[in-house]
Design a protein around this ligand. Structure first.
Ligand SMILES: [Cu+2]
Length: 158
């Protein structure tokens, strides 16, 4: 004769409900926006953004925390694949101040805010389906001499 030692499962409805919830936690809603500061000294306060592919759109809110006008020390936020970054920077320099050092309409520019003066802010939203997980993305400020120090990584996550 064999005994099957099955554990008795006893729980109140509330306890069972909570343990079921623990076993399968609902994924928290992803954060689909980020606040980025362009600071004096050619700095972004954030150098990595993680973007969930569960977001339909992602929005970057850029604030220029300095005081100078954009023609002197502007900041923008420009997103490209990392492999396109250097070429887009060069093209931006050629575009000059009348185009705020960014070649608009360039398909390699995945998203960009306008060039801001100190105290100004701007937002840009882009569809996340345009981004691929595993691809390297970089963001930067296209103002002359800013793109090297003002650089960050955008990582697409689940
Ligand atoms: Cu800048």
């Amino acid at each position: 004769m064999t005994f099957s030692l099955r554990p008795l499962v006893l729980c109140t409805a509330a306890w069972c409900a909570s343990s079921a919830a623990l076993a399968q936690p609902a994924a928290p809603a992803p954060v689909c926006e980020a606040h980025v500061q362009g600071q004096p000294g050619k700095k972004f306060d954030l150098t990595e953004l993680r973007v969930s592919k569960r977001c339909a759109q992602f929005t970057v809110h850029l604030l220029h925390t300095g005081k100078k006008p954009w023609q002197e020390a502007g900041h923008n936020w420009v997103l490209t694949r990392s492999q396109d970054t250097e070429a887009v920077i060069r093209e931006g320099q050629r575009s000059g101040p009348e185009r705020a050092w960014l070649s608009r309409g360039d398909a390699r520019v995945l998203a960009a805010t306008q060039m801001l003066s100190g105290g100004e802010h701007a937002s840009v939203s882009f569809p996340v389906e345009r981004l691929r997980q595993g691809e390297d993305y970089s963001y930067f400020c296209s103002f002359p001499t800013h793109a090297e120090p003002m650089r960050g990584k955008l990582v697409v996550v689940d």
